[in-house]
Unconditional design. Structure first.
Length: 347
């Protein structure tokens, strides 16, 4: 009888334990299944990562590139004057020297060795002008990639809630600066879900703080910065020329859920006569495309009759583009869900 009571107690405890952790799992799943939850590959996550990259444009007058910045301190020579750069404020000394005369050469010569810092916070030491020239060449080959997003700054600290779906573990952490947030996003695993602890404050290019309360509002702010900040916009690119030059593949498609793999193997060619040809395994389907401006927003539309291509037919908003990337989104009318369509150039 004593054994039965002990066994019954053990069994009850086991059942309660299972029920507790099962409920805990269900609560965690429910908490991390809302529209505010994002993953490593969610578009908003990639935008945030580009916002918090190492700022590299501040010293372009010295290094002539956005690819990296030169780490302080270092020395340059401008018009026979040596200038030591100890901080970003000292870059003004170079600008002032260049502005002194309109007839001098204004050549900025960097004293080597130097250490450079890339957008991802990695560093590299360059011992000579030859090393520097080689690196500039490498950077030029990557110049068509979507760059850092400027004119938005997060105010810290920021709380991040996270959930590991493999281990059913929910936790949170506080991020204190850009570099920490970049490393956190860069090291996210595929099975990890995160949610920003709103509200947060973002400072725009005009210096005014903006309170952000959800993912949709944050993404709209990013879109506004991409469209209106001179450090982000590239007025030299013509969208139609970029679109109709070469072949493209779908690198990301989200409609209710991610469906990128459905379009694996398709190549899209957008013609100047507003037709589009989608080819896969020797079979081609022809559709149409159009572009128009609606309430100041550029809208893009694809029209196919056959599955699965007809699922691409939406009024896509042009979010951003480069010579190698086309990014569109379609916010729903009720703001509960946003669809995304990304194309990447096929080399």
């Amino acid at each position: 009888m004593m054994f039965f009571r002990k066994f019954s107690g053990f069994l009850l405890a086991t059942v309660l334990s299972v029920v507790f952790f099962s409920c805990q799992s269900e609560i965690a799943d429910e908490q991390y299944s809302t529209k505010e939850t994002i993953t490593k590959t969610t578009p908003l996550t990639t935008y945030v990562e580009r916002i918090v990259m190492q700022k590299t444009a501040q010293d372009n007058i010295i290094d002539q590139t956005d690819c990296f910045m030169v780490k302080f301190p270092y020395t340059v020579t401008v018009n026979a004057v040596d200038i030591t750069i100890n901080s970003a404020a000292d870059i003004a000394l170079v600008e002032n020297n260049i502005a002194l005369s309109s007839i001098d050469t204004d050549v900025v010569s960097i004293h080597f060795p130097i250490t450079v810092i890339f957008n991802d916070y990695k560093e590299e030491t360059l011992d000579s002008l030859s090393d520097y020239t080689d690196l500039l060449h490498d950077c030029a080959e990557k110049s068509d990639y979507l760059p850092q997003i400027n004119c938005l700054n997060f105010n810290y600290p920021i709380l991040i809630n996270r959930y590991d779906s493999n281990n059913q573990i929910a936790s949170s952490l506080t991020i204190q600066d850009n570099q920490a947030l970049y490393y956190f996003i860069d090291n996210l695993q595929d099975n990890q879900f995160i949610a920003v602890g709103y509200p947060i404050t973002v400072t725009s290019s005009n210096g005014y703080p903006i309170t952000v309360t959800n993912n949709s509002q944050l993404e709209d702010l990013i879109k506004e910065a991409l469209d209106n900040c001179s450090e982000n916009t590239n007025t030299t690119l013509d969208f139609v020329q970029v679109l109709s030059n070469g072949a493209w593949k779908i690198s990301y498609f989200y409609h209710d859920e991610e469906q990128t793999t459905v379009y694996s193997g398709y190549q899209f060619s957008f013609k100047s006569d507003y037709t589009v040809v989608a080819s896969k395994s020797g079979i081609s389907k022809t559709g149409t495309w159009s572009i128009k401006t609606n309430n100041g927003e550029r809208e893009f539309k694809i029209d196919f009759d056959a599955d699965p291509l007809k699922e691409l037919e939406e009024n896509w908003e042009v979010f951003e583009f480069s010579t190698s990337e086309l990014r569109f989104r379609d916010p729903s009318d009720n703001s509960l869900e946003t669809d995304y369509l990304y194309f990447t150039k096929i080399n």
